[in-house]
Design a binder for this molecule. Structure first.
Ligand code: ZN
Length: 124
């Protein structure tokens, strides 16, 4: 199956970590100490009105629910750890870089994603 190089995959790590940070995830749980910086910084204000702005930022046309984004982003990071990032989980074709730039946590290529959205395929 086609694969992105490890270097290409690693490029998306800070992008994904940044999404987690914007979602208010406590990043000290993650291993990348370089990106994490000091832990326990900033107030925990995830419930205030700024959350609305975040979700608007993440309305990328595919996944709009923050919990889904969180899950997908964590899964994408796991795929980088396993050197599997960048390939569609359904058809195993490479997801186009242009798509990953918009949806770095995308697990499926556009073709499979649209089949899911039409209900022609089931996401487990
Ligand atoms: Zn696919």
């Amino acid at each position: 199956m086609p694969k992105l190089s490890k270097t290409q995959q690693n490029k998306y790590r800070p992008v994904l970590l940044n999404i987690l940070r914007q979602l208010g995830v406590k990043l000290e749980r993650l291993e990348d100490s370089v990106l994490l910086g000091a832990s326990d910084s900033g107030p925990d204000d995830g419930e205030d009105s700024s959350a609305e702005g975040y979700s608007r930022d993440f309305q990328l046309g595919l996944i709009e629910n923050e919990e889904d984004i969180l899950k997908s982003t964590n899964e994408a990071l796991t795929r980088i750890e396993n050197s599997e990032f960048g390939a569609c989980l359904e058809c195993e074709e490479l997801i186009p870089p242009r798509r990953l730039e918009v949806v770095p946590y995308a697990a499926y290529c556009i073709g499979c994603q649209s089949l899911f959205e039409k209900g022609e395929l089931e996401i487990d």
